[in-house]
Write a protein that binds this ligand. Sequence first.
Ligand SMILES: *[C@@H]1O[C@H](CO)[C@@H](O)[C@H](O)[C@H]1NC(C)=O
Ligand SMILES: *[C@@H]1O[C@H](CO)[C@@H](O)[C@H](O)[C@H]1NC(C)=O
Length: 268
Amino acid sequence: FQYWCGDLFLQARKTPKHLTFSGTTWTQEIVDMIQHNGDTEKCKRESTYKRHPFLEWFLAEQPAGLELAEAMPSPRTIKTHLPTQLLPPSFWEQNCKIIYVARNAKDNLVSYYHFHRMNKGLPDPGTWEEFVEKFMTGKVLWGSWYDHVKGWWKAKDKHRILYLFYEDMKENPKREIQKIAKFLEKDLSQEVLNKIVHNTSFEVMKENPMANYTKDFQGIMDHSISPFMRKGTVADWKNHFTVAQNEKFDEDYKKKMSDTSLVFRMEL
Ligand SMILES: *[C@@H]1O[C@H](CO)[C@@H](O)[C@H](O)[C@H]1NC(C)=O
Ligand SMILES: *[C@@H]1O[C@H](CO)[C@@H](O)[C@H](O)[C@H]1NC(C)=O
């Protein structure tokens, strides 16, 4: 989930952008590599968190996302998980470029659950059963997944939004990276494109200390419980949902998603 902008709050020619549990860090790395024409040395200048301020993030132990964003020179690339209705109006007014990455609800839920387990800065997720219930009722941080993906899907008809799917990115990363480059108005050579595909693959990113969240949030994130870069696959939900849970989830999903043309692939 991510943003990109001509201006954030203050000065002209500042540029934000964002990403999530649905491929945020992944897309951030892709965008950073595109912006630096595939130069991995430049992309190693700082951790993901420092390269792309997380707009609404505030934990006493870390510099606040907003502070980092305000200190950043233009053009800025900013991360947020905010739903459309909470996005600061200036993002719309300034016609920011926004990249939104959506991931199917079940994998998103699984990823979110493990992220809560390893991140002490977030509320205790409770048991798996309890967390499924919280997710379905939207009682999770950043609110209802259903409203979130639908809200941004609707917004894309009126604003400069590139709406991507995690499943498409897994299926054909090269194609999706090209889409992002086009959206950012960057021409990439085949060589650079291939390099970006390689260096933003799950296996390489997991070992990239600037992207795997081991530099920041020490004492907050416990990678021994569950690494930040956990699996990066599609359909891992099958290893988590019971048959009964899956049926209940599907039934509820149908109702909540009946008013949108948005379609997700739960497996490839
Ligand atoms: C990019 O990939 C190359 C080749 O595998 C590797 O040597 C390098 O460490 C990677 N860079 C980053 C930042 O992951
Ligand atoms: C993060 O990257 C470092 C450096 O490659 C590696 O040693 C470590 O195992 C990675 N950590 C996680 C949790 O993925």
